[in-house]
Ligand binder design. Structure first.
Ligand code: NIG
Ligand code: FE
Length: 399
Protein backbone atom coordinates (compact mmCIF):
# COMPACT_ATOMS: atom_id res chain seq x y z
CA UNK A 1 0.00 0.00 0.00
CA UNK A 2 1.28 3.48 -0.88
CA UNK A 3 2.05 5.24 2.39
CA UNK A 4 1.94 8.82 1.17
CA UNK A 5 0.77 10.67 -1.91
CA UNK A 6 1.86 14.27 -2.41
CA UNK A 7 -0.27 16.05 -4.99
CA UNK A 8 1.68 18.92 -6.54
CA UNK A 9 -0.01 21.63 -8.59
CA UNK A 10 3.54 22.34 -9.81
CA UNK A 11 6.56 20.10 -9.31
CA UNK A 12 9.86 21.80 -9.96
CA UNK A 13 13.10 19.80 -9.85
CA UNK A 14 16.49 19.34 -11.46
CA UNK A 15 17.06 15.84 -12.79
CA UNK A 16 19.66 13.12 -12.51
CA UNK A 17 22.54 12.42 -10.16
CA UNK A 18 25.43 14.25 -11.75
CA UNK A 19 26.32 17.88 -11.06
CA UNK A 20 25.11 20.50 -13.51
CA UNK A 21 27.05 23.39 -15.02
CA UNK A 22 26.46 26.15 -17.58
CA UNK A 23 23.03 26.21 -19.19
CA UNK A 24 22.21 22.81 -17.72
CA UNK A 25 21.84 24.51 -14.34
CA UNK A 26 18.67 26.25 -15.57
CA UNK A 27 17.13 23.13 -17.05
CA UNK A 28 14.80 22.19 -14.25
CA UNK A 29 11.69 20.19 -14.94
CA UNK A 30 8.35 21.88 -14.29
CA UNK A 31 5.41 19.47 -14.18
CA UNK A 32 1.75 20.42 -13.73
CA UNK A 33 -0.55 18.56 -11.37
CA UNK A 34 1.33 15.39 -10.54
CA UNK A 35 0.93 12.79 -7.82
CA UNK A 36 4.12 11.70 -6.08
CA UNK A 37 3.71 8.25 -4.52
CA UNK A 38 5.96 7.36 -1.61
CA UNK A 39 6.68 4.06 0.05
CA UNK A 40 9.36 3.17 2.60
CA UNK A 41 10.75 6.68 2.39
CA UNK A 42 11.28 6.51 -1.36
CA UNK A 43 9.54 7.94 -4.40
CA UNK A 44 8.01 4.99 -6.25
CA UNK A 45 5.94 6.83 -8.83
CA UNK A 46 5.26 10.28 -10.25
CA UNK A 47 2.10 10.35 -12.33
CA UNK A 48 -0.63 12.61 -13.67
CA UNK A 49 -3.33 10.24 -12.46
CA UNK A 50 -4.27 9.92 -8.83
CA UNK A 51 -3.42 6.56 -7.22
CA UNK A 52 -6.52 4.61 -6.10
CA UNK A 53 -5.42 3.73 -2.60
CA UNK A 54 -2.99 5.24 -0.15
CA UNK A 55 -2.64 5.86 3.57
CA UNK A 56 -2.08 9.63 3.54
CA UNK A 57 -2.69 12.40 1.02
CA UNK A 58 -1.14 15.89 1.12
CA UNK A 59 -1.65 18.68 -1.43
CA UNK A 60 0.50 21.70 -2.25
CA UNK A 61 0.75 24.40 -4.90
CA UNK A 62 4.50 23.94 -5.32
CA UNK A 63 6.82 21.02 -4.54
CA UNK A 64 10.62 21.20 -4.79
CA UNK A 65 13.38 18.83 -3.58
CA UNK A 66 14.53 19.19 0.03
CA UNK A 67 17.28 21.80 0.30
CA UNK A 68 20.80 20.56 0.91
CA UNK A 69 22.92 22.94 3.00
CA UNK A 70 26.34 21.59 2.09
CA UNK A 71 28.42 24.06 4.16
CA UNK A 72 27.64 25.02 7.76
CA UNK A 73 29.80 25.37 10.86
CA UNK A 74 27.38 23.54 13.16
CA UNK A 75 28.20 22.69 15.96
CA UNK A 76 29.46 25.83 17.67
CA UNK A 77 28.79 27.27 21.11
CA UNK A 78 27.59 30.80 21.87
CA UNK A 79 27.23 33.74 19.55
CA UNK A 80 29.55 36.65 18.69
CA UNK A 81 27.25 39.66 18.67
CA UNK A 82 30.15 41.95 19.53
CA UNK A 83 32.01 40.97 16.36
CA UNK A 84 28.95 42.11 14.45
CA UNK A 85 28.99 45.53 16.10
CA UNK A 86 32.75 45.87 15.63
CA UNK A 87 32.43 45.01 11.96
CA UNK A 88 29.59 47.47 11.51
CA UNK A 89 31.98 49.99 13.09
CA UNK A 90 34.57 49.23 10.42
CA UNK A 91 36.69 46.37 11.81
CA UNK A 92 37.52 43.65 9.29
CA UNK A 93 37.22 39.89 9.73
CA UNK A 94 41.01 39.50 9.63
CA UNK A 95 41.57 42.28 12.17
CA UNK A 96 39.29 40.50 14.66
CA UNK A 97 40.99 37.19 13.85
CA UNK A 98 44.58 38.39 14.13
CA UNK A 99 43.93 40.20 17.42
CA UNK A 100 43.04 36.80 18.86
CA UNK A 101 39.28 37.34 18.85
CA UNK A 102 36.90 36.29 16.10
CA UNK A 103 36.73 32.54 15.74
CA UNK A 104 39.18 32.08 18.64
CA UNK A 105 36.39 33.25 20.98
CA UNK A 106 34.23 30.42 19.68
CA UNK A 107 37.16 27.99 20.07
CA UNK A 108 37.46 28.91 23.73
CA UNK A 109 33.76 28.35 24.30
CA UNK A 110 33.64 25.08 22.41
CA UNK A 111 36.65 23.74 24.32
CA UNK A 112 34.90 24.48 27.62
CA UNK A 113 31.50 23.14 26.56
CA UNK A 114 30.47 19.59 27.35
CA UNK A 115 29.12 17.31 24.64
CA UNK A 116 25.68 17.75 26.08
CA UNK A 117 26.01 21.57 26.06
CA UNK A 118 26.98 21.40 22.40
CA UNK A 119 24.21 18.97 21.59
CA UNK A 120 21.47 21.08 23.16
CA UNK A 121 22.75 24.35 21.73
CA UNK A 122 22.94 23.04 18.17
CA UNK A 123 19.88 20.81 18.08
CA UNK A 124 17.61 23.84 17.76
CA UNK A 125 19.41 24.97 14.62
CA UNK A 126 18.80 21.64 12.93
CA UNK A 127 15.15 21.73 14.01
CA UNK A 128 14.83 25.23 12.59
CA UNK A 129 16.51 24.17 9.35
CA UNK A 130 14.09 21.28 8.92
CA UNK A 131 11.10 23.62 9.30
CA UNK A 132 12.62 25.78 6.57
CA UNK A 133 12.94 22.83 4.20
CA UNK A 134 16.61 21.95 4.69
CA UNK A 135 16.50 18.17 4.74
CA UNK A 136 20.25 17.51 4.48
CA UNK A 137 22.94 19.38 6.41
CA UNK A 138 26.72 19.31 6.37
CA UNK A 139 28.27 19.94 9.79
CA UNK A 140 31.94 20.54 10.60
CA UNK A 141 34.42 20.48 13.42
CA UNK A 142 36.94 23.31 13.47
CA UNK A 143 36.30 25.08 16.75
CA UNK A 144 38.40 22.69 18.82
CA UNK A 145 41.83 23.06 17.23
CA UNK A 146 43.18 20.23 19.38
CA UNK A 147 42.58 16.54 19.11
CA UNK A 148 40.30 16.16 22.09
CA UNK A 149 38.03 19.08 21.22
CA UNK A 150 37.93 18.33 17.50
CA UNK A 151 36.88 14.75 18.22
CA UNK A 152 34.32 16.07 20.71
CA UNK A 153 32.75 18.12 17.93
CA UNK A 154 32.76 15.16 15.53
CA UNK A 155 31.16 13.04 18.24
CA UNK A 156 28.44 15.64 18.75
CA UNK A 157 27.75 15.68 15.00
CA UNK A 158 27.43 11.92 15.11
CA UNK A 159 24.97 12.15 18.01
CA UNK A 160 22.97 14.90 16.33
CA UNK A 161 22.71 12.79 13.19
CA UNK A 162 21.02 10.07 15.25
CA UNK A 163 18.48 12.47 16.75
CA UNK A 164 17.35 14.65 13.86
CA UNK A 165 15.41 13.48 10.81
CA UNK A 166 17.87 15.10 8.39
CA UNK A 167 20.74 13.37 6.65
CA UNK A 168 23.85 14.81 8.30
CA UNK A 169 27.28 14.71 6.68
CA UNK A 170 30.29 15.60 8.79
CA UNK A 171 33.58 17.18 7.79
CA UNK A 172 36.85 17.47 9.71
CA UNK A 173 37.93 21.12 9.69
CA UNK A 174 40.67 20.83 12.30
CA UNK A 175 42.61 23.04 9.87
CA UNK A 176 40.36 26.02 10.55
CA UNK A 177 43.03 28.14 12.25
CA UNK A 178 46.41 27.70 13.91
CA UNK A 179 45.79 27.46 17.67
CA UNK A 180 47.54 29.96 19.91
CA UNK A 181 50.95 28.74 21.10
CA UNK A 182 51.76 26.54 18.07
CA UNK A 183 53.47 27.30 14.78
CA UNK A 184 51.67 26.54 11.51
CA UNK A 185 53.93 23.58 10.76
CA UNK A 186 53.71 22.16 14.29
CA UNK A 187 49.93 22.22 14.06
CA UNK A 188 49.89 20.72 10.54
CA UNK A 189 51.92 17.79 11.94
CA UNK A 190 49.34 17.38 14.72
CA UNK A 191 46.49 17.49 12.22
CA UNK A 192 48.10 14.79 10.13
CA UNK A 193 48.45 12.66 13.28
CA UNK A 194 44.71 13.06 13.96
CA UNK A 195 43.62 11.74 10.56
CA UNK A 196 43.51 8.04 11.42
CA UNK A 197 41.12 8.64 14.29
CA UNK A 198 39.11 11.17 12.32
CA UNK A 199 38.52 8.44 9.72
CA UNK A 200 36.15 6.78 12.19
CA UNK A 201 33.84 9.77 11.92
CA UNK A 202 34.03 11.17 8.41
CA UNK A 203 35.49 10.82 4.95
CA UNK A 204 35.73 14.59 4.33
CA UNK A 205 38.41 17.07 5.35
CA UNK A 206 38.41 20.83 4.82
CA UNK A 207 41.08 23.51 5.31
CA UNK A 208 40.87 27.30 5.64
CA UNK A 209 43.59 28.35 3.21
CA UNK A 210 43.91 32.07 3.88
CA UNK A 211 46.14 34.84 5.21
CA UNK A 212 46.13 34.41 8.99
CA UNK A 213 45.11 30.73 8.74
CA UNK A 214 47.00 28.22 6.52
CA UNK A 215 49.29 29.19 3.65
CA UNK A 216 49.29 27.29 0.37
CA UNK A 217 52.37 25.22 1.22
CA UNK A 218 51.09 23.90 4.55
CA UNK A 219 47.66 23.36 2.99
CA UNK A 220 49.34 21.30 0.26
CA UNK A 221 51.16 19.19 2.87
CA UNK A 222 47.93 18.56 4.77
CA UNK A 223 45.79 17.85 1.71
CA UNK A 224 48.38 15.45 0.31
CA UNK A 225 48.36 13.35 3.48
CA UNK A 226 44.58 13.45 3.74
CA UNK A 227 44.20 12.39 0.11
CA UNK A 228 46.68 9.53 0.62
CA UNK A 229 44.50 8.35 3.48
CA UNK A 230 41.45 8.33 1.23
CA UNK A 231 39.71 11.48 2.41
CA UNK A 232 37.67 13.62 0.04
CA UNK A 233 38.93 17.18 0.07
CA UNK A 234 37.25 20.54 0.48
CA UNK A 235 38.94 23.93 0.71
CA UNK A 236 37.82 27.30 2.14
CA UNK A 237 39.34 29.30 -0.71
CA UNK A 238 39.69 32.93 -1.83
CA UNK A 239 37.33 34.11 0.90
CA UNK A 240 39.11 37.20 2.22
CA UNK A 241 42.15 37.30 -0.04
CA UNK A 242 43.52 35.40 -3.02
CA UNK A 243 46.63 33.40 -2.14
CA UNK A 244 46.03 30.70 -4.73
CA UNK A 245 43.74 28.49 -2.64
CA UNK A 246 41.22 27.60 -5.33
CA UNK A 247 44.03 26.73 -7.74
CA UNK A 248 45.29 24.40 -5.01
CA UNK A 249 41.80 22.88 -4.71
CA UNK A 250 41.82 22.27 -8.47
CA UNK A 251 45.31 20.76 -8.32
CA UNK A 252 44.02 18.13 -5.87
CA UNK A 253 40.74 17.69 -7.75
CA UNK A 254 39.05 18.59 -4.48
CA UNK A 255 35.33 17.92 -4.24
CA UNK A 256 34.68 21.59 -3.59
CA UNK A 257 36.27 25.00 -3.32
CA UNK A 258 34.14 27.11 -1.02
CA UNK A 259 33.58 30.91 -0.91
CA UNK A 260 35.60 32.21 -3.93
CA UNK A 261 34.86 35.89 -3.34
CA UNK A 262 38.33 36.78 -4.63
CA UNK A 263 38.84 34.08 -7.27
CA UNK A 264 40.66 35.08 -10.50
CA UNK A 265 40.02 34.00 -14.10
CA UNK A 266 42.83 31.41 -14.25
CA UNK A 267 41.54 29.69 -11.15
CA UNK A 268 38.00 29.66 -12.57
CA UNK A 269 39.40 27.82 -15.58
CA UNK A 270 41.27 25.42 -13.30
CA UNK A 271 38.08 24.58 -11.38
CA UNK A 272 36.21 23.98 -14.64
CA UNK A 273 38.91 21.53 -15.69
CA UNK A 274 39.18 19.71 -12.36
CA UNK A 275 35.42 19.30 -11.92
CA UNK A 276 35.66 20.86 -8.45
CA UNK A 277 32.30 22.24 -7.33
CA UNK A 278 32.24 25.94 -6.40
CA UNK A 279 30.23 26.38 -3.19
CA UNK A 280 29.06 29.98 -3.01
CA UNK A 281 27.75 31.50 0.21
CA UNK A 282 26.40 34.97 -0.43
CA UNK A 283 25.27 35.50 3.16
CA UNK A 284 28.95 35.56 4.18
CA UNK A 285 29.57 38.40 1.72
CA UNK A 286 26.50 40.13 3.15
CA UNK A 287 27.60 39.83 6.78
CA UNK A 288 31.23 40.73 6.08
CA UNK A 289 30.08 43.56 3.83
CA UNK A 290 32.38 42.11 1.18
CA UNK A 291 32.21 41.56 -2.56
CA UNK A 292 30.18 38.64 -3.94
CA UNK A 293 31.66 35.64 -5.75
CA UNK A 294 31.63 35.93 -9.58
CA UNK A 295 28.82 33.42 -9.98
CA UNK A 296 27.96 34.36 -13.58
CA UNK A 297 31.55 33.92 -14.70
CA UNK A 298 31.74 30.58 -12.89
CA UNK A 299 28.51 29.33 -14.44
CA UNK A 300 29.42 30.59 -17.91
CA UNK A 301 32.85 28.93 -17.59
CA UNK A 302 31.13 25.61 -16.89
CA UNK A 303 32.12 25.31 -13.25
CA UNK A 304 29.57 23.37 -11.20
CA UNK A 305 28.01 25.79 -8.72
CA UNK A 306 26.31 24.99 -5.40
CA UNK A 307 25.07 27.45 -2.80
CA UNK A 308 25.04 27.12 1.00
CA UNK A 309 24.54 29.14 4.18
CA UNK A 310 28.02 28.94 5.81
CA UNK A 311 25.98 29.22 9.03
CA UNK A 312 28.44 30.18 11.80
CA UNK A 313 28.58 32.70 14.67
CA UNK A 314 31.13 34.98 12.97
CA UNK A 315 30.91 35.51 9.25
CA UNK A 316 27.40 34.17 8.60
CA UNK A 317 24.96 34.11 11.51
CA UNK A 318 22.21 33.13 9.09
CA UNK A 319 20.50 29.81 8.55
CA UNK A 320 17.52 31.07 6.60
CA UNK A 321 17.54 29.32 3.20
CA UNK A 322 15.29 31.91 1.53
CA UNK A 323 17.77 34.63 2.51
CA UNK A 324 20.58 32.67 0.88
CA UNK A 325 18.40 32.23 -2.22
CA UNK A 326 17.47 35.92 -2.19
CA UNK A 327 21.12 36.99 -2.12
CA UNK A 328 21.96 34.45 -4.81
CA UNK A 329 19.42 36.07 -7.14
CA UNK A 330 20.09 39.66 -6.08
CA UNK A 331 23.89 39.64 -5.87
CA UNK A 332 25.14 36.48 -7.58
CA UNK A 333 22.69 37.24 -10.41
CA UNK A 334 21.57 33.64 -10.58
CA UNK A 335 18.16 32.74 -11.97
CA UNK A 336 15.64 31.01 -9.63
CA UNK A 337 16.16 27.82 -11.66
CA UNK A 338 19.96 27.97 -11.21
CA UNK A 339 19.45 28.66 -7.52
CA UNK A 340 17.25 25.59 -7.18
CA UNK A 341 19.82 23.34 -8.89
CA UNK A 342 22.62 24.87 -6.79
CA UNK A 343 20.77 24.32 -3.50
CA UNK A 344 19.59 20.78 -4.22
CA UNK A 345 21.28 18.53 -6.80
CA UNK A 346 24.67 20.27 -7.00
CA UNK A 347 24.86 20.57 -3.23
CA UNK A 348 24.00 16.86 -2.90
CA UNK A 349 26.89 16.15 -5.29
CA UNK A 350 29.29 17.97 -2.94
CA UNK A 351 28.23 15.60 -0.17
CA UNK A 352 28.39 12.54 -2.43
CA UNK A 353 24.68 11.88 -1.84
CA UNK A 354 23.22 12.64 -5.25
CA UNK A 355 22.52 8.98 -6.00
CA UNK A 356 19.77 9.06 -3.44
CA UNK A 357 18.76 12.70 -3.00
CA UNK A 358 18.84 16.20 -4.50
CA UNK A 359 16.00 15.73 -7.02
CA UNK A 360 12.38 14.58 -7.00
CA UNK A 361 12.52 11.46 -9.18
CA UNK A 362 11.40 7.87 -8.98
CA UNK A 363 13.90 5.83 -6.98
CA UNK A 364 15.19 8.77 -4.95
CA UNK A 365 14.57 9.38 -1.28
CA UNK A 366 11.32 11.26 -0.61
CA UNK A 367 12.75 14.60 0.58
CA UNK A 368 10.31 17.31 -0.46
CA UNK A 369 9.44 20.89 0.40
CA UNK A 370 5.77 21.86 -0.02
CA UNK A 371 4.50 25.43 -0.42
CA UNK A 372 1.09 26.97 -0.93
CA UNK A 373 0.55 30.21 -2.84
CA UNK A 374 4.08 30.15 -4.20
CA UNK A 375 5.91 29.75 -7.47
CA UNK A 376 9.64 29.05 -7.78
CA UNK A 377 10.28 32.79 -7.86
CA UNK A 378 8.43 33.34 -4.57
CA UNK A 379 11.20 31.50 -2.69
CA UNK A 380 14.06 33.99 -3.28
CA UNK A 381 11.62 36.91 -3.44
CA UNK A 382 10.05 36.53 -0.02
CA UNK A 383 12.78 36.28 2.61
CA UNK A 384 11.53 34.08 5.44
CA UNK A 385 8.81 32.30 3.47
CA UNK A 386 7.97 29.07 5.27
CA UNK A 387 6.86 25.87 3.59
CA UNK A 388 3.47 24.43 4.56
CA UNK A 389 5.13 21.08 5.13
CA UNK A 390 8.43 19.28 4.71
CA UNK A 391 8.72 15.61 3.83
CA UNK A 392 11.87 13.83 4.97
CA UNK A 393 12.34 10.20 3.92
CA UNK A 394 8.58 9.97 3.49
CA UNK A 395 7.77 11.41 6.91
CA UNK A 396 5.58 14.53 6.88
CA UNK A 397 6.49 17.50 9.11
CA UNK A 398 3.72 20.09 9.01
CA UNK A 399 4.43 23.73 9.87
O1 NIG B 1 33.52 30.11 6.50
N1 NIG B 1 36.40 31.35 7.12
C1 NIG B 1 36.46 30.56 8.00
N2 NIG B 1 35.44 30.03 8.61
C2 NIG B 1 34.17 30.58 8.66
C3 NIG B 1 34.04 31.57 9.73
C4 NIG B 1 34.11 30.95 11.04
C5 NIG B 1 33.97 31.90 12.17
O2 NIG B 1 34.23 33.10 12.02
O3 NIG B 1 33.58 31.42 13.24
C6 NIG B 1 33.70 31.00 7.30
O4 NIG B 1 33.51 32.19 7.02
FE1 FE C 1 32.87 28.22 6.17
Amino acid sequence: MIQLVVAAEKLCTPKGSSPKSGQEMSRVELLDRVYISIEDGKIIDISTSKPKSFVRFVEADLVVPGFVDCHTHIPFYGFRENDFLKRVGGATYLQLHSSGGGLFDTVERVRKASESDLLTFNLRFLKELLKKGVTTVECKSGYGLDKESELKQLNVIDKLSKIVPQDIVSTFLGAHAVPKGLSESEYVDQLIDMLDEVKNYTSFVDIFCEVGAFGVESARTFLMKAQEKGFKLRVHADEISNIGASRLAAEFKAVSADHLLKIDDDAIQALAESGTIAVLMPSTSFHLNETYAPARKLIESNVFVAIASDFNPGSSPTLEPTFVMHLAVRHLKMSPEEVLTAFTLNAACVLNLSDRLGTVEVGKQADLVLYDDASLLTLPYMIGLSPKAVVKRGQVFEN
